[in-house]
Design a protein around this ligand. Structure first.
Ligand SMILES: [Zn+2]
Ligand SMILES: [Zn+2]
Length: 424
């Protein structure tokens, strides 16, 4: 043990100062982690030692308790590599060996506990890019929760060993939109990708604004639902539903089902309008009062209206498909004075034709909710932790990172899967 400390001293005075500043207990703790670990820590260089040791005993203990392999992986910057999915283009995702990221000032590195597939990722897989969120070649995946293995200088409120969910974006907090509480429209929304990997770097802004500690009783794969659920909660809240209102949701994909479930939990009557058999079952399980499985839009509209008193239409219609004809359908579903939310984003360049008379003389409110805000992300995690939200129902499969291509191919064939948890 002494030779280890001596070793450490020989490696340079400044580093040792840094180690000693962490306190005697900390050094002991590091040494208890074993000779290799100390060597690993010291070899990792000054920044890493500062990062790990100056944080105090708890941090080191957490790092060491994760086991030798993790310590090596997490601390051997420049030497350690990890498996990660890299998006190269259309339907071209490769699992590659890349360096484990460093936590610079204000940043975190997480060991990914679970990353969830998402409709947006599927779109990106099909198209090979996403103008706002990801330009290849790039790390891929954005819904995740994990355990902190490294915290950068200046990080307060988090320590290695903490289980957290880190959102896929964070607003600047300073622009016109942020100052008005519309952070989802931030002029400088920062996105982070790389969830389909063993480790992920969380940028400082996301650490500061959109990283949340996961309550101990919540599995990481459930916590990873925070991001899509935040979008769903946002879309639902924007409709200002009252308990007992009839809410029609078009689309049985992950987000359509989530909005449906949120509306049902809020005490609304819900009508799910879906296409596939598997979605009928899922919608029922998630609290749909009625399920309409129609072969045509005309039929869906008449069947949905028939389910409302005197055929007057739903109080609220939420489109969660992202197709122009479904947007038009949504307008036909609501009653006089009703609210329509065009929640699903359509392809660039698409347009819709709407009946101006109906919209004006029936006093219909049209809105279109995008993304989430930090406050709504917190609401979403509380909903997951609260116990009424059926998180498990949304995760219909598990797969290893190296099966990612197969998982996406399956999702493209419109299987009954809702979300697959990718476990590295
Ligand atoms: Zn997503
Ligand atoms: Zn902003």
């Amino acid at each position: 043990m002494a030779s280890t400390v001596k070793d450490a001293i020989l490696r340079g005075r400044k580093t040792v100062e840094t180690v000693v500043e962490g306190g005697m207990n900390t050094v002991e703790t590091v040494v208890e982690g074993g000779l290799n670990t100390v060597e690993t820590v010291v070899e990792a260089g000054l920044n890493t030692v500062e990062t790990v040791v100056v944080r105090g005993r708890r941090g080191v203990e957490s790092a060491v308790s994760l086991g030798r392999k993790t310590v090596e992986h997490a601390l051997l910057h420049g030497r350690g590599t990890m498996q990660a999915a890299i998006l190269h283009g259309r339907e071209d995702v490769r699992i590659e060996e890349v360096p484990i990221p460093n936590a610079e000032t204000g940043e975190l590195v997480l060991r990914v506990g679970a990353a969830l597939t998402c409709g947006t990722d599927l779109k990106v897989f099909r198209r090979g890019y996403h103008a706002r969120m990801i330009v290849p070649p790039a790390l891929f995946g954005h819904e995740l929760a994990g355990t902190i293995v490294e915290a950068g200088l200046g990080v307060t409120g988090f320590a290695p060993g903490d289980r957290v969910v880190a959102l896929n974006s964070a607003p600047c907090g300073q622009c016109y939109f942020c100052e008005r509480g519309q952070e989802n429209l931030c002029d400088d929304l920062m996105f982070n990708n790389g969830a389909y990997a063993e480790f992920i770097r969380i940028p400082a802004r996301i650490v500061a604004k959109n990283t949340l500690v996961v309550p101990a009783h919540v599995p990481l794969e459930h916590a990873a639902l925070t991001e899509p659920l935040a979008c769903a909660v946002h879309g639902f809240e924007d409709c200002h539903a009252r308990p007992g209102d009839t809410v029609a949701v078009i689309g049985g994909g992950p987000l359509g089902l989530m909005i449906l479930h949120v509306a049902a939990l809020a005490g609304c009557e819900t009508i799910a309008i879906v296409k596939h058999d598997g979605q009928v079952e899922a919608a029922r399980q998630l609290g749909a009062t009625h399920v309409v499985q129609a072969t045509s839009i005309r039929k869906a509209i008449s069947e949905t209206r028939a389910l409302t008193e005197k055929g007057r239409g739903a109080d609220i219609a939420i489109e969660a498909v992202g197709a122009p004809d479904a947007w038009q359908e949504a307008v036909e579903l609501v009653r006089k004075g009703g609210t329509v939310n065009f929640f699903g984003g359509c392809a660039v360049g698409t347009h819709v034709t709407l009946d101006t008379n109906r919209i004006h003389y029936s006093d219909i409110t049209l809105r279109s909710t995008f993304h989430h805000t930090p406050a709504i992300c917190r609401t979403a995690l509380e909903l997951i932790a609260g116990g009424r939200f059926q998180a498990q129902a949304f995760i219909t499969g598990h797969a290893h990172l190296y099966e990612l291509n197969r998982v996406f191919e399956k999702l493209m064939k419109r299987s009954s899967e809702i979300k697959t948890a990718i476990v590295p």
